[in-house]
Every structure is written in C-alpha cells, then in structure tokens.
Design a protein around this ligand. Structure first.
Ligand SMILES: Cc1cc2nc3c(=O)[nH]c(=O)nc-3n(C[C@H](O)[C@H](O)[C@H](O)COP(=O)(O)OP(=O)(O)OC[C@H]3O[C@@H](n4cnc5c(N)ncnc54)[C@H](O)[C@@H]3O)c2cc1C
Length: 1009
C-alpha cells in the first residue's frame, strides 16, 4: 500500500497535468488586471497605493475627481514610469482629456471587479450559473453589500436574501445534481449568509443580544429555504464574530422547527488556533442533535486584519503566524471532518492543490465516496483547478458573489490581496511558476525545517511575547492589552465582578492624610447614575482643616521623598500597575456602577491607568540620571531634574481611574508629594486608587487622599502658598480660574506655581466627498455617543461636504437609531446614563437651545425611564455661530454642519475656542495632507474615531482653550512636574583633564544610602 504522501503527490500531479492544459488567464501578461497584478507583486508600496486607488475609484463621481486622485496616489510612485504605462492611456492623457480617461479607468476597474463578481443581481447571476451548470459546476451565492450600519439596512439585506433565494429556486427548479449520486446531501440552491449583514449592533461581548436579534431575522429565510429545498450556509467573518456565529448556528438549528433539517452549514477557518476545538465541539453538537449538517473548511480570509487588530490591542494573535501552520491545520481538520462523515458533510474551500489532493487521498483511505463531499472554489479564481476536479469526477461548487460594483469593492480588494500574497498558492503556481514537487510538499515537513532554523521564520516581525524585560531604560514599550470581551471567559469574569461589586454597595471610605485614615462628620454619597437610588458608596468629606493637614503632611514628606532614588519611585509605579491588573475586573465593574461606563470603556480606563504607571516609570528611568550636556575636555556639565514640591491633583469623573492615576503617578515618580482630590462623583474609585498605592508601599504623607468640594477645599489648596504644582483636568471654567489664581504669588510662597491644565473641547470631524461612509458613519456614531459623549475628546460637530450630505445623513440617522441605549451593566450597551442630575438638566437645556436654533433631525425615544439617560440627539442645519456649535455640551448631542467644500470645512472646524481633537474621513491623499497641516487640534485623527487615545501611541492634550499644551502619556509629560538643573564642574587640575566624560552619571543623591 502506498503512503498517504505518495497518494497526495500522485493526485496532485494529476491535477497539475489537467490544469496545465488550460493555463490560468488571470495570471497572464495581458490586460489591465494582469498588469495591475504584475506591478503589485513587484513593489509592496506600489501595491498599497494601487489597491487604495481601486478602493476609492467607484465612489468618485466625475472624471475630474478620478484624475485628481490618480495624480495624488501615483505622483510620487517610485516606479512612476511603469505606473503610467500600466494605467494605459496614462496620466498624461488623463491630464489632457480627463473626460475620456476617467471613464476608461472606471471601465477597467469595473471589468476587473466583474471577474470576481458573478452578477449584479439575481437575473444577472443566472447567466453565470447556467454556464457553470453546463460545466458541471454547482454554486453557492453570496450577497455583496455595504457594511450595514443601521437596522434599516439589515432589514433591506434580509429582504435581498429572501429575494435571491426565491429567484434562484424558481430559475433552477429543473436542475439536477451533476453527479447524480448522493444528491440528497447537496441541494442545487445554496445560499451563503453573513451574519454581520443582519444585525448592525453585534457586540462580541454580548452574544445573547446578537442571537436575540439575528435569530428572528434568519428564521423566515431558513423556513423558506427548507420549503424550496435549498441549503443555507453561515459564512465566517472576523474572529470577533466567530463565537457568536457558532452559538447562533447551534441555537437556531437545535430549535424544534429546524432540528431535523440537514441542509445547514457553517464555516471553519483553519488559520485559527482554536479551530480544532471548535470543530470537535460542533461535531459533538451535531451528534447530539442527530441530524446531518455541513462544514465548509477554509483557511480564512482575514489574516492581515486579524494580525493587525491583535497587535493594535495587544492581544494574543488568534491566527497562526506561519503559512505552513495553517496548511497543516487544514489537513488535521480535513481528517477530523472525513472521520466524522456519518454526521457532517464536508466542503473543502481551497484553491491549493496540495490541500485538495490531501482531502482526496484521505477520503479514499477512509473509503468515503467522492460524491459525498465537495470542493468549493471562488468565482473568478483558479478556473483550471475547477475544471480539473470536474474531470476527475469530483463534486465542485463555485462561490458566487452577487452585487453592485461599489459595495463589492472590499470583496474585490480582498481577492486582489489574496492573489498577490507572497504566501499564496495561486501566485506561487501561476505567477512564480514554483515546481509541482515543491507545491505538493507536506506542510508539516516545511514547518519542521523552519523550526530547525533552515527556513527563516515567516512573519518574524510579529512579536506576540509579552516577556521583554521592561525595566531597562529604552526597552520597547508595550501597552496593557485591552480585555477581549469576545472571549466567553472574560464575559464571565466581568459578570462575576459586577455581582461582587453590587454586594459592596454602600461601602464607606475615609480620607487618608499622612497615612492615617480620617473620618469626618460629613459623608458624601456617590450614586449609580443608571439607578440613582442605589448608593455605590459613602466618602468622608474634607473641609479646610483637613486640607491644611494634607498640605502640611505632603510638605513634610517631600524632603525624604525627593531624595528617594528614582528607581524606587519607578518600582512603586510598577507595583501599582500590577495591582491594577490583578484587580482589573473589579475596578471596571465599579466604574460601570459609579460613573455608568459601558464594559469595554471601563476596561479601557483601567488599562490606561496601568499604561500611565508603566509608561511614566519607563520615562523616569530615562530622565532620572544626570546627562552630559556637551563633551568638552576639562569640564563636566550635567543636566538633571528636581521635583517641584507639593502637587495638588484635581481629577474629573469621566476617566475616573486613568486621569487620576496618570496625574498622580507622574507627580510621584518625579519626586513630588501629592494631594489627590478625585471628583466627588467618582470618589469611590479614587479611594480604590489610594488603597492600591498603599498596598504598593507609598510612604505616609507622600500621597494623601482628600475628598471634598472643589469650591471649598479645591479652591483653598489652589491658593495655598505651600502648593507648588497643580495638575488639573476638568471644565474650562474651573481651569481658567485655577490658571489665573495660581498666577498670584502669595506671602511665603517658594516657587512660581506650575499649572498643568487640561480642559474641554468642541471637537469636529470632517467627512470628505470621497470618504468611505461605512467607516465614517460607524466611527462618528461611536465618537459622538460612546460613553454618552462624556469624553473631552468626543465628537460634537460633524462637518459634511454638501456633495455627500444627504447620503451621510440617511445612513447616520439610521445608525443613531440603531445604537443600544440602556443600563451599562448589560454587556452590549453603548450609551448609558450621564453622570448626575445636574449634567442631565444641563444637557436637556442644550437640547432645547438646539431645537430653537437648528433642526432636530433625530432623537432616540426608547431610553430607560429611571436614571440620568439622555436620548442620543442629532441636529442638522447647524451654523457655526450657533450655541450648540460653539459651547461644550458634554453629552450625546451631535451637531451636523453642511459646508460647500474643504476650505469652508477647515474654517468651520478651526473656528472655535477649543483645539483638542479633530478628525477627517477621506481617501484623497492631498486632502489628508492638508488636514494634517491645518486642523487646529492637539490630536488629529484620520479615518478613525476621534476618541480612544492610547498612552505612548497618542500623547493626549490640546491647546487654545482646551489646555496648556501638555501631552498626557507623551514623552515630555513628566518635564512639567520637574525643575531642570545643571551642575557644572571644572575637572582640570593644572591643565590635566580626564580623557573621557561619561554621558550619564549616577543621581545626585545626598545622603547616599
Ligand atoms: C468557496 C470558498 C468559501 C470561502 N468562505 C470563507 C469564509 O466564509 N470565511 C473565510 O474567512 N474565508 C473563506 N474562504 C477562504 C478565503 O477566502 C481564502 O480563499 C482561502 O483562505 C485561501 O486559501 P487557499 O487554500 O485557497 O490558498 P493558500 O494559498 O494555500 O492559502 C492562503 C491562506 O493561508 C492563510 N495564510 C496566509 N499567510 C499566512 C501566514 N503567514 N500564517 C498563517 N496562515 C497564513 C490565509 O488564510 C490565506 O488566505 C472561502 C474560500 C472559498 C474557496
């Protein structure tokens, strides 16, 4: 008996022989598409530009716009000669006669898209399907469309699915199975469904909500499919949706109505590390259900996205990082499927001849008849392989996307990437002409060689390890990963933490002065804004005498603390970071109750607090050692830093842990002593930070915790002669008062007070005429309404070019209506309550102002009756001089301003007192450059939300009336807490000078330990 490997080789060779009879035209050298492929494969940078251009092209309405983009994308291309050759008529012609070349280009790209899209609608696609039928190739049809951003769009999608199903079943009612054997397993009509098209608010943290919305949308389709004898397949999308898709599949097909229906299938992605466990679980479920189901095995289409996303978030990467690992796993799963053929019907979705030959050989080894499984391949790809498989007597089905060109662009770009990927089989075979023997090698063997160091590890730049020594100065900085709430274990931990925090309601927290716990007569109560009758906790309230004691304690502790080595201070921050990490879920849950933060935002706040600690510790290690200013013989001049003295930290409630912890940690690590005054509304979280610092070993007096009214103790301490530094984040009104008051020198004052002042914003995002609206809408909604718009970075003015205005509004209003408003204790809620009654009243007043000034375009109706819930609200027809366009509202209220062109957009965006964040959605490289240069904002975000700054990556802070120009989480932030000092020593003795002076020296510490 021959080995499996030689069986695979023999089958593979046979496929290649058949394939070589009809070479792949997509990889030939002629035609627009072919030239695009060749250029892309030659130059990675050019490939990026080409694909970006393809992506934007369909949204450009005039030839002038097309030509303008063409020049912007390719003016600086390294290979500009080749680019203009490739662009056929060329940029020269485009400049001269744009009305000709624009349409030619558009036509070329449409033709290219047509190679991958089987038809615009069900009539159109039938022509393709009939041709395939004649070739004995079956079909599964997939609907292309824009990303759905609201529930109206999902309803339309569901209706389109039904329509398509009806059309297909009507047109194919006489069709029979091409193999005429085991045909009951393979209905002719096969529809591939994407769940993301059926519910716009899928939140990976809340599978139950997603299933509750998706199941009712699916049932009518499934019913109809069963009645007409069709097959429904659930496609698999990004990892974030994977568990929900699996859960939905099992839930719906366990229901009485569908339990006995065998024509349901789902996709398994072999590039996922957990795919084997998932598949085993599915098979077990299928056995228990007692009815066959189907699995389409693929490698997975989102590899680049998953790796980038997990790196951005600091998550373990869910996909394998080496291509042979995915190939090997594909084979492992092939075996698992075929070994369980009694319950699951397999479809192998691959163009890779090795993967295909392996499935064939293994099926034979097990004695599974070739009519009992199928190969599925994509429309427009690997035509010769399909023909070869049909010739060999296998069952072949083609995946046929149907839809318009414009919405189909993301699909087209995915296919272009796949075809030009360095790792891909199709490129290796049809473009790079890799020999058959190489292509048929066992992927396990390739992996083995790579582990032995013969092959360089693929994608070795992706470093997922978190164990790099972090304490070295200059070591690479890794942010604390966000909690991935797509993972069920994290959902469960959060729910448990919420239950636990509920039990702690009503706890009491004291003041902490000089390490002593102090209770006062007055207790302040902090309530749950979702249910104000619930008291999260009580905090002792300080008055002037306690404020005096705190300042005295901090002053007294300063001398010793300033002489504590910076290394010890850095270690203190790192211990705080560890405790924050250990108590992460508990603290996040507390934030949900005390300030109404949705889960992921609460988690983000704790992650940011951890980042501040580790980042500032890292920075202090770089600043702490005196550094040589210039290297001259005979003289040593070292610059170093002293702390300023006593720091008063006044923090807001909206990032109750992160901002408080950030300012406190910066002050402490630089050697200042601190009085921290959290906001009254988030005092319990503030008390937790005190507790954590104490556990980490902060000495008495170095950090003091004072809760009380800003107008009483805050004002007293700002004016205090013994306070040297004020770090404030909060409202403009208070910030300006602090700025002014701190400018006065009091009797006995030693230092000029330093004020670090971060205030509000009136942030604008501009939507350009060529913007990708799928992104612009989702990101605008998130930026405006996430955490109820209570971020200083939140979007409050959406500036839309008139060309785009109506389309943007249509989608925006629908998206706003689909956002989940409710108690943030529920996992998937996006908009919770505002912080307190005062805020509630103030925002409602602003809404009234808006109604009188502009047009109320949208206001949510369905908000919880109790608690401080403000319905998300959108005004249109807003002019830049109106109050709602100028004043900070700090709530879920968005003003839309229509402008003529980008000039006016920039003028409006910059025409406020503030300059905190700003955003721009565009695919025009020139316009993007212009915004980078001209938008007045401390943080400018292009093609992404304008909130969610990450420590170290997006140093955060604004100017004008938004702040004093400091950047929290930036490299130079700590300098605000320090006084620079230079010590110069003449080291020559009678002309004798040391040859070398070290760049750094030990800290000037006296007495030395
Ligand atoms: C009919 C059909 C339906 C499909 N449906 C889906 C679906 O619902 N969901 C989905 O996600 N995909 C789906 N795909 C799969 C996907 O779109 C690709 O076509 C497929 O992954 C290409 O694999 P291949 O075996 O043809 O080619 P190969 O060239 O052998 O494999 C390419 C694949 O390997 C993986 N890969 C690439 N680089 C690496 C690396 N460095 N480390 C690890 N792995 C790597 C990627 O998955 C990549 O797509 C479907 C494919 C077909 C044919």
């Amino acid at each position: 008996m021959r080995s499996l490997q030689s069986e695979i080789e023999q089958r593979g060779q046979r496929i290649f022989e058949l394939v070589d009879k009809h070479p792949e035209p997509l990889f030939s050298k002629a035609g627009f598409y072919q030239r695009l492929m060749m250029l892309s494969m030659r130059d990675e940078q050019l490939k990026q530009q080409l694909f970006r251009f393809v992506d934007v092209l369909p949204s450009l309405s005039t030839s002038g716009e097309i030509v303008q983009h063409l020049q912007e994308y390719f003016a600086e291309a390294r290979d500009s000669q080749k680019v203009s050759e490739f662009l056929g008529a060329g940029v020269r012609l485009a400049r001269a006669v744009p009305w000709i070349s624009g349409p030619i280009l558009r036509w070329n790209v449409s033709e290219m898209a047509r190679q991958f899209i089987a038809g615009r609608n069900s009539d159109d696609v039938m022509r393709t399907l009939r041709k395939r039928r004649a070739q004995k190739i079956g079909f599964t049809v997939d609907l292309l469309g824009e990303a759905v951003v609201n529930e109206t769009e999902t309803d339309e999608y569901a209706a389109r699915y039904l329509d398509l199903l009806e059309g297909l079943s009507r047109e194919t009612k006489d069709w029979t199975d091409p193999l005429g054997k085991n045909s009951a397993l393979f209905p002719v009509v096969n529809l591939s469904v994407k769940i993301s098209a059926l519910y716009s608010q899928i939140n990976p943290a809340d599978p139950a909500d997603a299933i509750a919305h998706l199941a009712p949308k699916l049932r009518p389709l499934l019913r109809r499919a069963r009645n007409v004898g069709a097959f429904i397949n659930f496609d698999m999308e990004s990892y974030a949706h994977k568990n929900i898709t699996l859960e939905l599949f099992k839930t719906v097909f366990t229901e009485e109505e569908f339990k006995n229906w065998p024509h349901a299938g789902i996709v398994t992605q072999a590039y996922l590390r957990d795919s084997e466990a998932d598949l085993r679980d599915l098979i077990e479920w299928g056995r228990a259900r007692g009815t066959r189901f189907a699995v389409r095995l693929v490698k997975g289409a989102y590899w680049d996205y998953e790796t980038a996303k997990s790196r951005q978030n600091g998550w373990d990467c869910p996909v394998y990082l080496q291509k042979p690992e995915s190939d090997t796993n594909f084979e492992t799963l092939t075996r698992l499927l075929l070994e369980n053929e009694s319950v699951v019907t397999s479809a192998f979705g691959s163009h890779n001849v090795r993967s295909i030959a392996h499935a064939q050989a293994f099926a034979d080894e097990l004695g599974v008849d070739r009519s009992r499984f199928e190969f599925q391949l994509l429309y427009g790809m690997a035509g010769p392989i399909k023909r070869a498989l049909v010739d060999m007597g296998y069952r072949v089905r083609e995946y046929c996307p149907v839809g318009e060109l414009l919405p189909g662009m993301s699909y087209l770009v995915r296919r272009l990437l796949e075809n030009t990927s360095n790792e891909g089989f199709l490129r290796a075979k049809f473009s790079d002409n890799v020999p058959a023997a190489e292509l048929l090698r066992n992927p396990r063997e390739i992996l083995h060689r790579s582990r032995n160091g013969v092959l360089p590890p693929l994608n070795s730049t992706i470093n997922m390890t978190k164990n790099t020594p972090k304490t070295q100065p200059g070591a690479p900085y890794d942010n604390a990963p966000l909690t991935n709430f797509a993972l069920p274990e994290n959902q469960e931990k959060m729910r448990a933490a919420l239950r636990e925090q509920r039990k702690q309601f009503g706890r009491k927290v004291p003041l902490t002065i000089n390490g002593e716990k102090i209770w006062t007569d007055k207790m302040f109560s902090s309530v749950n804004p979702s249910q104000p009758d619930q008291i999260v906790g009580y905090a002792a309230e300080a008055d002037i005498p306690e404020a005096e004691r705190a300042v005295a304690a901090a002053r007294a502790a300063f001398e010793k603390w300033r002489r504590t080595s910076f290394e010890q201070r850095c270690e203190l921050l790192e211990r705080v970071a560890e405790i924050l990490e250990r108590r992460r879920f508990e603290l996040s849950a507390l934030e949900v109750f005390e300030v109404g933060k949705p889960w992921s935002q609460a988690d983000g706040d704790i992650a940011e607090a951890i980042d501040f600690c580790t980042f500032y510790a890292r920075r202090m290690r770089l600043l702490g050692r005196p550094r040589l200013t210039q290297n001259v013989p005979g003289e040593e001049s070292y610059q170093h830093y002293w702390p300023r003295g006593v720091a008063l930290v006044i923090a807001p409630w909206n990032f109750p842990m992160a901002i408080l912890c950030g300012m406190v940690s910066a002050a402490l690590v630089t050697g200042n002593t601190v009085i921290m005054k959290p906001s009254e509304q988030s005092v319990i979280i503030g008390a937790m930070l005190m507790e954590i610092y104490e556990e980490a070993g902060v000495p008495p007096g170095v950090l003091n915790f004072l809760n009380g009214k800003g107008s009483v103790i805050g004002a007293h301490m700002v004016d205090h002669k013994d306070v040297d530094l004020i770090a404030f984040t909060g409202s403009r009104e208070v910030g300006l008062w602090i700025w002014e008051s701190a400018g006065k020198t009091r009797e006995g004052q030693r230092e000029l007070k330093r004020v670090i002042c971060e205030m509000g914003g009136k942030n604008a995002m501009i939507v350009d005429s060529d913007a990708d609206l799928d992104e612009a809408i989702v990101d605008s909604i998130y930026s405006a309404f996430g955490f109820q718009g209570q971020k200083c970075s939140a979007l409050s003015r959406l500036i839309v070019l008139e060309e785009n205005h109506d389309r943007v509004m249509e989608r925006l209003l629908g998206a706003a209506a689909s956002v989940r408003v409710g108690n943030p204790e529920e996992a998937g809620v996006v908009v919770g309550p505002v912080i307190d009654e005062a805020a509630y009243r103030r925002i409602l007043d602003y809404i009234e102002v808006g109604k009188s000034e502009a047009t109320l375009a949208y206001q949510a109706k369905d908000v919880p009756p109790h608690g401080y819930f403000i319905p998300p609200t959108i005004f249109t027809g807003v002019k830049s001089n109106m109050r709602i366009a100028r004043e900070e509202i700090f709530g879920p209220v968005l003003s839309v301003i229509k402008v003529r062109d980008l000039d006016e957009a920039i003028e409006v965006a910059n025409g406020t007192d503030y300059a905190l964040t700003g955003g721009f959605f565009s695919r025009s490289p020139a316009n993007i450059e212009r915004i980078k240069a001209q938008l007045e904002a401390g943080n400018v975000y292009i093609n992404r939300p304008c909130t969610g700054a990450i420590v170290g990556r997006h140093p955060f802070g604004g100017f004008k009336m938004s702040g004093s120009g400091t950047k929290a989480g930036g490299e130079d932030y700590l300098l605000n807490f320090l006084i620079p000092r230079v010590v110069t020593e003449n080291v020559t003795r009678h002309g004798l000078a040391p040859e070398k002076t070290p760049e750094y020296r030990e800290e000037f510490l006296w007495p030395k330990k």
